[in-house]
Design a protein. Structure first.
Length: 483
């Protein structure tokens, strides 16, 4: 099992199918690494080893009879704490939900298990999945394996940290504000935020909540780009109600190499300044794409990005308002009123998003549809739009005060962490798929990632871009100290 922990899920599954390693041995290998490395990372916060061992033995027995459950047969897996797994607590980091043990599993969990995974644990999250850090009063703080003083991102921070440190074979998270994408970026792994609605979120929910939220999507995090497609194919599709009427048939990207791709590039925007080191890595990737024959050009839809960002924050906060305590809204309102009009724009946007009328929401939704049509027209000429995933590499843990009060350093200036939500909403508010993959290391040795956005329903174009970049330029790099 030479360095099994650095292999992709596809490679692990292949080794198991070829009987070069058993599912049982693969599981024990990862469990031993969890024992060794998880105490300093606190990435994995719940485990059911007995259930996983029983499942791994069954996978080996099935294979001995010539039965292959699916493309991920026997692959050890963890998943974000917010997914329901029968018999496990699903708390979303809220102490009030610490005893919320669900009797059923999320639909996507059932589908991943049908694809063959051996699920053994859950990964750390922030309270209510509402931060680009991953800490809560139940499980504590998740750390970045590249530097434990830094955030691994959020809200799927535990997932990305576990993958980067080689503690699991594959994982899955959720994303309404880059909660798959920023952890992948900060930890140097792959993530896919799929087209909104193509993966049913049934069972990825708080107790009693059965409606599906606006903007929010669930999807995979991986060490290998090929795994994004394997997990997407396993997870995607309608729920039992919608499945009566429609089936999902994602088109395949025909590109066989980077030279077959048309790549539009957007490396800057006035809504969120990008740190120079990160921008340099993105430019180096652009240069490498051009060298390998891809059609590359600075281009973006002709839209007002300031307005797009406003619409995103308003609709984002409207989408999460049902789980936002009244005390938070009152506190934000008081802060905005004390500061005066225009002094705390993000806070004012949060308040409006949480309290707007349905009539106002309908007007914003109509504007969003116009933006969707503009993006769709743009992608008639381009296969992917390459842009940043955040404003900088990972930053130090900061759990003081309100999220909107916290600052990070970008180009030697202190700026609000919330500014970089622009890069989350740029594709998120218009429901577009985007992958994040490794773009290299900064001078300080920290990973940064690109974001590749594709047209609605063309998720396989975004994953193809990541797969081809991995093959022709480079992909996952293991953090030091986890051999």
């Amino acid at each position: 099992m030479d360095k099994l922990h650095w292999k992709s899920a596809a490679e692990i599954a292949r080794l198991i199918r070829e009987k070069k390693v058993t599912a049982t041995d693969a599981l024990e290998h990862f469990l031993a690494r969890v024992d060794r490395f998880n105490p300093k990372l606190n990435a994995i916060v719940w485990q059911d080893r007995d259930r996983a061992r029983t499942r791994a033995k069954a996978a080996d027995a099935a294979l001995a009879k010539g039965e292959v459950w699916g493309p991920l047969h026997g692959v050890p897996m963890t998943i974000k704490e917010s997914y329901n797994i029968a018999g496990s607590p699903t708390t979303w980091g809220d102490p009030a939900l610490k005893d919320n043990v669900t009797e059923t599993s999320a639909l996507s969990v059932e589908r991943l298990e049908r694809a063959g995974v051996v699920l053994f644990g859950k990964t750390n999250v922030p309270l209510m999945l509402a931060d680009w850090q991953s800490y809560n009063a139940i499980y504590g703080t998740a750390n970045n394996p590249w530097d434990t003083s830094l955030t691994p991102g959020g809200s799927s921070g535990g997932s990305a940290a576990a993958l980067a440190a080689g503690l699991t074979g594959i994982d899955a998270g959720s994303d309404i504000g880059a909660s798959i994408r920023n952890p992948a970026h900060y930890c140097g792994v792959f993530g896919l935020k799929p087209t909104w609605g193509i993966i049913s979120p049934k069972g990825h929910s708080l107790p009693g909540v059965v409606t599906y939220g606006d903007i929010s999507a669930i999807g995979p995090l991986t060490r290998g780009a090929e795994d994004l497609d394997l997990a997407l194919d396993a997870m995607a599709g309608p729920d039992d109600i919608d499945g009566v009427a429609w089936k999902l048939d994602l088109p395949r990207c025909p590109a066989g190499s980077l030279k077959d791709l048309r790549v539009a590039v957007k490396l800057a925007d006035p809504n969120s300044e990008i740190d120079g080191e990160y921008a340099d890595k993105m430019q180096a990737l652009v240069d490498a794409l051009a060298k390998r024959g891809a059609t590359v050009k600075e281009a973006e839809p002709a839209i007002d990005t300031r307005r797009l960002h406003e619409i995103y924050v308003w609709l984002l906060r409207a989408a999460t308002s049902a789980r936002t305590p009244e005390a938070d809204i009152s506190r934000w309102t008081a802060a905005a009123e004390q500061a005066g009009p225009g002094k705390l724009p993000y806070v004012e946007q949060m308040v409006k998003g949480c309290t707007m009328s349905h009539r106002e929401w309908l007007g914003l939704n109509n504007e969003r549809m116009k933006l969707r049509r503009q993006f769709n027209a743009f992608f008639q000429d381009w296969d992917v739009l390459l842009c940043p995933a955040a404003a900088s590499a990972a930053w130090p843990h900061d759990q003081k005060g309100e999220r909107w009060q916290r600052m990070i350093t970008v180009n030697n200036k202190r700026v609000p962490t919330t500014d970089q939500l622009f890069w989350a909403g740029y594709s998120g508010v218009v429901y577009l798929p985007s992958t994040v993959g490794p773009a290299g290391l900064t001078k300080a040795g920290l990973p940064v990632g690109y974001q590749a956005i594709a047209a609605s329903g063309r998720d396989k174009w975004a994953t193809a871009f990541s797969r081809l970049v991995e093959r022709e330029i480079g992909g996952f790099i293991a953090p030091p100290g986890y051999e």
